[in-house]
Design a binder for this molecule. Structure first.
Ligand SMILES: *Cc1c(COP(=O)(O)O)cnc(C)c1O
Length: 399
């Protein structure tokens, strides 16, 4: 035991020396634009609760009702006896929301990504990823064993080179034809920029590849009905696999895949993170369904409008203060600082002034690209933005 612990302590020391050591922060309040951390009330600019639904009365009420009727636990995996009514209602609500033939909810977005990619591909196949996709997709790539190709972020030329190579791959006699799957996020989680979905669709169709789009940071925010960037680009029906999480703008917990009836049927049979895991608690499924309904209601639309106004307002202020910002709009605004230690120190200064924006550093982003990851929600007020702009230090010169 001592040897085990001293080995781990050495590894932890190495992390500390590189300014990469991480610790949990205990939050003693509900998720909102104000949170209580270690006894300090903080203005929160770090949450993915983009529409302010995580603590919404309608979602809480739906969760409580589900607990009263279906209990706290679901007791088994969906394929044994844990497929409770709230799970089925959620799956139907997801398909209606995204206007796909079918949908399947998972215990998390992470589980949805890993389960789906590993079900669809094996070592004969080719997986093509944008350099900046989320860790859940990177882990799926490792696990599924497919030949992995990575293209520089949003680089369509490099993607086309890979697809040109992929179509030349011959089938092995007696085996099914190798498939190529491209996976991208629609809004990228650490940079807040967006994928060129129309161009990606044109390429995947030209080369007969499949496309999976992770809308974790776009669902609830983009498109006339809040379905995501695919809705806004009017190409949702040409994407084979639409993925997302129920834990961000939808205010609950879980992940989903939307697509054709056979895709969902196939996942129920082959997605190991779905099959070999206890069904999500009924409260989570019911809250997510309430979140979906809210997003599509007039209140949801009003919250989306408020959020976009907030984003425009803060970006105007940040540009005036000298920060370099992308012209693309999303609720994620990276304030790139560069140096890991300086990013940590800046986050600490802000926190002492009552503002919580976490520093994000390697391995979440590349080394030397440490940043404050500022996220806006519909719950932020103009006063909150004013306070942030007054407190934020000037950008570092060489960032
Ligand atoms: C958060 C996130 C996930 C994982 O979703 P969870 O429900 O939190 O597991 C997947 N992809 C992206 C891009 C994310 O930001």
């Amino acid at each position: 035991m001592n040897a085990f612990n001293s080995e781990l302590n050495q590894r932890l020391d190495a992390l500390r020396q590189q300014d990469l050591y991480r610790q949990l922060r205990r939050v003693d309040s509900a998720q909102s634009s104000r949170i209580q951390i270690d006894g300090q009330a903080l203005l929160n600019f770090s949450s993915n609760d983009y529409l302010g639904l995580a603590n919404h009365p309608l979602l809480k009420e739906a969760a409580i009702k589900a607990i009263e009727r279906f209990g706290s636990g679901s007791g088994a995996s969906r394929l044994i006896c844990g497929s409770l009514a709230p799970h089925h209602e959620l799956d139907h609500a997801l398909a209606r929301f995204k206007q796909t033939e079918a949908a399947l909810s998972f215990s998390s977005g992470y589980a949805a990504a890993v389960g789906t990619i590993c079900a669809l591909l094996d070592k004969e196949d080719i997986l093509v990823l944008d350099k900046l996709v989320h860790a859940s997709i990177v882990d799926a790539a490792r696990l599924c064993g497919a030949k992995l190709r990575i293209y520089p972020h949003n680089d369509l030329g490099a993607l086309e080179d890979i697809l040109r190579w992929a179509v030349k791959k011959e089938s092995i006699p007696g085996q099914r034809r190798p498939q190529t799957l491209i996976v991208t996020e629609s809004v990228f989680s650490m940079d807040g920029d967006v994928a060129p979905l129309r161009e990606l669709i044109a390429l995947k169709e030209k080369y007969g590849a499949w496309l999976m789009v992770d809308e974790a940071h776009a669902t609830g925010l983009f498109g006339e009905h809040g379905r995501g960037l695919a809705e806004e680009a009017k190409i949702a029906d040409r994407i084979e696999i639409q993925m997302g999480t129920l834990g961000k703008a939808l205010g609950a917990s879980g992940g989903y895949i939307c697509g054709s009836k056979c895709l969902i049927d196939f996942l129920i049979n082959r997605a190991r993170t779905f099959i070999f895991s206890t069904a999500p608690v009924p409260a989570a499924a019911a809250a997510a369904q309430a979140g979906l309904e809210l997003v599509q209601s007039p209140e949801g639309r009003a919250r989306r409008t408020r959020l976009w106004e907030t984003i425009h307002q803060i970006k105007t202020g940040l540009l005036q203060a000298g920060w370099l910002l992308s012209s693309v709009n999303s609720a994620i605004i990276p304030l790139v600082i560069g140096d890991e230690a300086l990013a940590m120190a800046t986050a600490k200064t802000l926190r002492e002034a009552g503002i919580f924006i976490p520093a994000v550093r390697y391995p979440t982003v590349a080394r030397g690209l440490a940043r404050l990851r500022l996220t806006l929600t519909a719950a932020h007020t103009p006063d909150d933005l004013e306070k942030l702009l007054c407190t934020l230090p000037s950008p570092p010169r060489d960032a």
